[in-house]
Ligand binder design. Structure first.
Ligand code: IMP
Length: 185
């Protein structure tokens, strides 16, 4: 399968994803049985995963879609990343961040800090995919779906240069170009 100039091969099938999503939803139902968590899916990548997951979660819960904005701030450290789109108070709430994929986890760490500073009761992370750097750095992902290497993946919400989000399965490429040089990664 080709997207622009890159060749991709099938990696994780729709059926495998469905099974994993069911398992993750059952775990969340169990762990949050006496709670009413707020799911925070991070757009755009997690739109498909969060929709499928939430259809299977049966405990009472709230959902609030957010985005991560990055802009150059006035401080010398350069890029600041922050959550945008939060419309309700998260004070004293049990938060579950919903991610499509965690690679270095750098952004995620900042977002967790930001959410903790809002007086939340607890903050956990569920991510459909977790790459090796996140495991090496012990980024706190309580609910990882699939552990993968460093390959670049598309499909099921994940994109390559904006394309491929609509695919039902997940595809991979080992292209060095994208792993080294694409600013979207
Ligand atoms: P991190 O801050 O390095 O963990 O980057 C996480 C974000 O990078 C994800 O939410 C994706 O938007 C993007 N990303 C990382 N790896 C991939 C990939 O293999 N395919 C598509 N997007 C990716």
């Amino acid at each position: 399968m080709k997207i622009k100039e890159l060749e991709f091969e099938k990696f994780i099938s729709e059926d495998e994803i469905k099974q994993k999503v069911t398992l993750l939803a059952e775990t969340i139902d169990h762990d949050y049985a006496a709670k009413t968590p707020v799911f925070l899916p991070i757009l755009n990548g997690s739109f498909m995963f969060s929709a499928d997951l939430l259809k299977q979660v049966s405990i009472p819960c709230r959902v609030s879609f957010v985005k991560i904005s990055s802009y150059v701030g006035t401080v010398s450290s350069g890029q600041i990343k922050t959550l945008i789109g939060l419309e309700e108070s998260l004070f004293n709430q049990d938060i579950i961040i919903v991610e499509d994929i965690i690679d270095t986890g750098l952004t995620l760490q900042k977002i967790i800090e930001e959410l903790k500073s809002l007086g939340t009761k607890s903050v956990e992370v569920i991510s459909l995919l977790r790459k090796k750097p996140a495991r090496d750095k012990k980024i706190p992902v309580k609910y990882p779906g699939f552990d993968i290497g460093t390959e670049f993946v598309v499909g099921y919400g994940l994109d390559y240069d904006g394309l491929g989000r609509n695919l039902k399965d997940i595809y991979r490429t080992d292209s060095e170009d994208i792993l080294n040089g694409n600013p979207e990664v």
